[in-house]
Design a protein around this ligand. Structure first.
Ligand code: GDP
Length: 444
C-alpha cells in the first residue's frame, strides 16, 4: 500500500549534538533532495555523498546524504537520510525547505507505520521497535529484541496453525454435509482445542513477569511517621532526592523513584505523603493508599525497632497485599529479636540495605521461570487478544459438547483465529494502527 505523501522528520533526538539526522520517505524523496541541493545527482542505493543544502543561493549546511531505494529501506519507500551539523536551527531550516518542496511533517510513528503497511514489519515487530527504543533496562531490552525476531511471530503462528488445521477438517465436513461425515472426531477436536487453550493460558500468565520486565516491579514503602521511610528511599537511591525530616507528615506527595536492580526496573513508592496523622489504619482506608498497596507487587512495611510492629496495621496491609517484607529500622540504635523481622536495617547508616535489595531481587527473579525458548508477553494488547481468543475457544468447546453443528463450532474457532491474527497484525483496523503508532515518537 503506497502512500501518496512524502514525509519528513528529524530521526535523532532534538537539541544540540554533533550530528542530527533528518529522514525523508516517499515518492518525492529523491525529487525533494534534488531541490534541496540545487542539482540532479545520480543516486546509488546506500551510497553516501557529501554535498551542500541551499535555499536559493544561501548555504544552509554541508551535509552527508544517504539514499535508500524502495523497497530496500526502513519504510519500504524511497528514503533519503540527511546528516547535518547538530544544530536545531539548521534542522529546522532544512525541514522547512523540504516542506516547501512538497514534503509533509511525519506524524508520531509514521515511518514505522509505513514500514508495517509496506510489509517490512509485522505489528509485533513494529511494537518491538517501540519497546527497543523505550527500554530502560537490559532485561526489557533483551525481551524486546526477542519480540522483534521471528520467534514471537512463530509462536503465535504455531497456535493459529494448530486450530486452522482442525477447523479446516470441520469445514470440509460442511461441504459433505449430506453424507454426514466426520473428518475429525469431536473428542479429538476438543482435546486439541484444550491443548491450545493451555498454551494460551501459559502465555497469558507470562504477562505477570512480562509486565515487570517492561513497566518495572512496584514496591510500596509503608510505615508510621518517623520510622525512616524517606531515609530508606534515600539509602536505596544513594542520593538525597526524598526529603528526610524528623517532623512527621512533611512529605506531602507520593514519591516514586526508579532504580535499575541488576537489570530490572524497580519502582519505589513512598506513601509517606498520603497521611497526615499517626492513624495509618484509618488512613489506609483512603482510596489512594489502598490503590497503591493493591497495585504494588510487594509492600515494604517499615518499623522502628524501638516501637515494634503494629500487628493490626500489618494485618490490614495484608488484606490489600499479602506480599509483605517486614523490615525493622534503626538497628544501629536498638537490638531486635531476629525472628521478628524479615530483615533489620539502618537506613541512616546504610546497614543491610544491600541485603534488602537482594531480597527484592530474589522476589522478582523468582517469577522468572522462563527460558530462552519460552514466550513472555510484555504487551497488554497481546494479553487482551489472547484472552479473547481463549474465550472463543472455550465457547467452541461448549458448542461441541452441546452437540451443535460444525457451522457453529467453526464460527467461534474462526473468531479465535482472527484474534490471534490481530496480535501479529494480519488483521487490523485504522483505529488499532493509530492507537499503536501514536505512542511512538515523531521521527520513528
Ligand atoms: P519517615 O517519616 O518515615 O519518612 O522518616 P524519615 O526518613 O524522615 O526519618 C525520621 C528520622 O529518623 C530522621 O531524623 C532520620 O534521620 C531518622 N532515622 C532514619 N533512619 C534511621 C536509622 O537507621 N538510624 C537512626 N539512628 N536514625 C534514623
Amino acid at each position: 500500500m503506497t502512500k501518496e505523501t512524502t514525509i519528513i522528520a528529524q530521526i535523532t533526538p532534538p537539541g544540540i549534538g554533533a550530528v542530527s539526522v533528518i529522514r525523508i520517505s516517499g515518492k518525492l524523496a529523491f525529487d525533494i533532495l534534488y531541490k534541496l541541493i540545487n542539482y540532479k545527482k545520480e543516486l546509488k542505493h546506500k551510497q553516501v555523498f557529501y554535498t551542500t543544502i541551499k535555499d536559493n543561493d544561501n548555504v544552509i549546511d554541508d551535509v552527508i546524504i544517504l539514499p535508500f531505494f524502495s523497497p530496500n529501506s526502513y519504510t519500504g519507500e524511497d528514503v533519503i537520510e540527511i546528516s547535518t551539523h547538530g544544530n536545531p536551527l539548521i534542522v529546522k531550516k532544512i525541514i522547512e525547505l523540504a516542506i516547501k518542496h512538497g514534503a509533509k511533517p511525519a506524524e508520531n510513528g509514521e515511518f514505522t507505520q509505513r514500514a508495517f503497511l509496506n510489509g517490512k514489519l509485522n505489528l509485533l515487530e513494529a511494537e518491538a521497535i517501540a519497546d527497543i527504543i523505550n527500554s530502560s533496562n537490559e532485561i526489557a531490552l533483551n525481551w524486546a529484541r526477542k519480540q522483534k525476531s521471528t520467534f514471537y511471530t512463530n509462536k503465535i503462528n504455531e497456535l493459529k496453525e494448530k486450530i486452522t488445521n482442525a477447523i479446516s477438517l470441520v469445514e470440509l465436513e460442511l461441504d459433505f454435509s449430506e453424507e454426514d461425515l466426520e473428518f475429525i472426531n469431536r473428542n479429538q477436536l476438543t482435546t486439541l482445542l484444550k491443548n491450545v487453550i493451555n498454551t494460551i493460558d501459559s502465555y497469558i500468565k507470562s504477562f505477570e513477569y512480562g509486565s515487570i520486565i517492561k513497566n518495572g516491579y512496584n514496591i510500596a514503602i509503608i510505615g508510621k511517621p518517623n520510622v525512616g521511610k524517606s531515609s530508606l528511599l534515600n539509602a536505596i537511591l544513594k542520593d538525597d532526592r526524598a526529603i528526610v525530616t524528623n517532623i512527621p507528615g512533611t512529605t506531602r506527595d507520593i514519591i516514586k523513584e526508579q532504580i535499575n536492580l541488576k537489570g530490572y526496573l524497580v519502582n519505589f513508592i513512598d506513601t509517606a505523603g498520603i497521611r497526615e496523622t499517626d492513624d495509618l489504619i484509618e488512613d489506609i482506608g483512603v482510596k489512594k493508599s489502598f490503590d497503591i498497596l493493591h497495585k504494588s507487587d510487594v509492600v515494604i512495611y517499615l518499623n522502628d525497632i524501638s516501637t515494634g510492629i503494629d500487628t493490626s496495621l500489618l494485618n490490614k496491609i495484608k488484606t490489600y497485599n499479602n506480599n509483605v517484607i517486614l523490615v525493622g529500622n534503626k538497628c544501629d540504635l536498638y537490638n531486635s529479636d531476629k525472628n521478628l523481622y524479615d530483615i533489620t536495617i539502618s537506613a541512616k547508616n546504610n546497614i543491610n540495605i544491600d541485603i534488602l535489595l537482594d531480597i527484592i531481587y530474589n522476589n522478582i527473579n523468582n517469577k522468572n521461570i522462563y527460558t530462552e525458548n519460552d514466550l513472555v508477553i510484555t504487551n497488554i494488547r497481546h494479553k487482551l487478544l489472547l484472552e479473547e481468543a481463549k474465550n472463543y475457544l472455550l465457547s467452541s468447546i461448549n458448542t461441541i459438547e452441546l452437540g451443535f453443528t460444525g457451522e457453529l463450532i467453526s464460527v467461534d474457532i474462526r473468531n479465535a483465529i482472527d484474534k490471534l491474527s490481530e496480535i501479529i497484525g494480519v488483521i487490523t483496523t485504522d483505529d488499532i494502527l493509530n492507537n499503536i503508532f501514536s505512542r511512538f515518537c515523531i521521527g520513528k
